[in-house]
Ligand binder design. Structure first.
Ligand code: HEM
Length: 314
């Protein structure tokens, strides 16, 4: 089987950085204004980026590509079935006021590490590797908060699949388009932590569906139907749908939130969770957590296998 990108699973990082790049400037470069000329230039630049990333040993990294663009680069993948820009589900949310805007870029780089100095050096080198081909459209740093908590104070990741199971949830199986790759959903949520924090702890727990101190799931008799857990736990054929989450909190004194990141081998799963959260599943209710946080951007990226990435350089 093709090898997944290591940074999807690497653990123990205290710092994270998301860089989203646009390739718009390629349209303005003479000789690169047609897809025939553009794709080889883009492939070579991504290959150079990967070579650069490999030299930063203290950095865990993941490279993602807009699903349609990945297909233009010769990489079939499940997310590209969703049409341009691979975001049918997110676009649907445009009808509701709480909905995230699709803020799809072309290339996404996720760096995580325990060294903020290495992160700084690596981010600069990465931007340089893509010079002339792609420029930074959005940048968001993140950090591990306390014992893996979201800044609401709740532990995030309790029900994530174990590292042994994560691969079967996140990685596209052999024999299918994009094998060894993954699909990443990235959403930037800005929280109203004051509004959340002024509620009594027992009320906060009803919003999330777990206890705050030790992340124990609320019992059926007290679990509200619109809690976050109720909304994202979806059973099909007696099995719960699963995704592999790698979110990091971000922020400072003025603005703070969560860079939600999930890997899946089937974007229909994340779309179903989003539809349930945003009340588009016919249930008549939306996730109460959304009263305290708003996504100001959402994007899907295809995360090719190591072999597919290496193929870009040949
Ligand atoms: C501001 C945004 C979000 C916050 C603060 C948040 C926070 C949390 C917390 C505290 C938990 C409980 C602990 C755990 O099992 O990890 C949780 C569970 C979960 N969340 Fe989120 N989440 C957010 C967005 C999302 C989104 C957008 C999705 C899906 C697209 C999602 C999917 C899940 C899933 C699948 C679980 C595990 C549920 C279970 O099996 O019990 N979350 N989240």
């Amino acid at each position: 089987m093709a090898t997944p990108q290591y940074g999807i699973f690497a653990q123990g990082s205290s710092f994270a950085l998301h860089l989203e790049f646009t390739t718009k400037l390629l349209d303005k470069v003479p000789d690169l204004d047609s897809p025939t000329n553009r794709m080889p230039a883009l492939a070579a630049a991504i290959a150079e980026l990967v070579t650069e990333l490999d030299e930063h040993r203290a950095i865990n990294w993941v490279v993602g590509i807009r699903p349609d663009l990945a297909r233009e680069l010769g990489m079939q993948n499940p997310a590209s079935d969703y049409g341009s820009p691979g975001l049918n589900a997110i676009q649907t949310f445009g009808d509701t006021s709480a909905a995230p805007e699709p803020l799809q870029s072309d290339i996404w780089l996720f760096l995580h590490s325990s060294s903020s100095s290495e992160m700084f050096d690596c981010s600069r080198a990465s931007v340089k590797a893509l010079t002339g081909v792609a420029s930074v459209a959005r940048e968001q740093a993140g950090f591990a908060y306390k014992d893996s908590r979201d800044i609401t104070g709740f532990i995030d990741g309790t029900e994530n699949p174990s590292l042994v199971e994560a691969s079967s949830v996140a990685i596209i199986h052999g024999g299918t388009a994009g094998a060894g790759g993954s699909v990443a959903l990235l959403m930037r949520f800005v929280h109203d932590i004051d509004a959340f924090g002024t509620m009594p702890e027992s009320e906060q727990e009803k919003v999330i569906g777990r206890t705050k101190a030790d992340s124990v799931e609320l019992g059926e008799e007290v679990m509200p139907e619109d809690s976050h857990v109720s909304k994202v736990v979806i059973e099909e054929g007696g099995e719960e749908l699963e995704i592999y989450r790698r979110s990091y909190p971000f922020g400072g004194a003025c603005e703070a939130g969560l860079m939600f990141l999930a890997f899946t081998n089937n974007p229909t799963t994340t779309n179903k969770m989003l539809a349930s959260m945003y009340g588009l599943d016919g249930s008549g209710s939306s996730d109460r957590l959304l009263a305290f946080t708003k996504a100001d951007g959402a994007a899907y990226y295809f995360v090719p296998s190591m072999e597919a990435l290496a193929g870009l350089g040949s």
